[in-house]
Design a binder for this molecule. Structure first.
Ligand SMILES: [Zn+2]
Length: 188
């Protein structure tokens, strides 16, 4: 089995509910009551959770007796290796955002070049890996700031920023506020 199929059923269900096209090609879902299977992004009415069964690929769905949906044509998805790579890259970023992330190492782990990683990441997610990581760091910093028991510098380092000036700059860019203002709750 492919490594990527470790996506949890809860995550898959979330993807179905939100019609998330990032998961197209990564899994499929069948609806037991209709006997039809779809790609996660299908815009047809969200089925009841209890009627849904997940498949790793279209062939498996057909084998289990499901027919492909006329609306999203899931059988037409060819396996998209780029999506798998992006998913794995995101898993690494999500786990390591507060460390120094070296894109050359990450792309090396995925068996592709750094430029290729940046290109496909941008193509499918609309952001670069660096922007993606910055977003996770800012979200984390906002959380820590609102908890209120850490100094700004502690928050900066814990959320993965290597310098305070970079933290201020990045924070302001993403939120429109300085970390100090955010803490005081001004403007919210
Ligand atoms: Zn469908």
């Amino acid at each position: 089995m492919k490594e990527i199929t470790k996506v949890s059923d809860d995550k898959k269900w979330q993807a179905v509910v939100s019609c998330d096209r990032n998961y197209d090609g990564i899994f499929f879902y069948g609806v037991k009551t209709t006997g039809i299977f779809c790609r996660p992004s299908c815009k047809s009415k969200t089925p009841l959770r209890g009627n849904v069964i997940f498949f790793d690929n279209a062939a498996e769905s057909i084998e289990k007796g499901f027919r492909s949906c006329k609306r999203c044509c899931p059988e037409k998805i060819v396996f998209e290796p780029d999506l798998e790579l992006i998913k794995r890259a995101k898993d690494i970023f999500d786990a390591d955002y507060n460390k120094q992330v070296n894109l050359s190492n990450v792309s090396g782990q995925l068996g592709i070049s750094k430029n290729h990683l940046i290109r496909i990441f941008k193509k499918y997610t609309g952001t670069t890996p660096v922007q993606y990581i910055a977003k996770i760091r800012i979200d984390e910093a906002e959380k820590l700031l609102s908890e209120g028991d850490k100094s700004i510098i502690e928050v900066a380092y814990e959320s993965g920023f290597k310098s305070l000036s970079n933290f201020y700059k990045c924070f302001k860019e993403h939120t429109g506020y300085t970390p100090n203002k955010h803490r005081r709750g001004d403007g919210f």
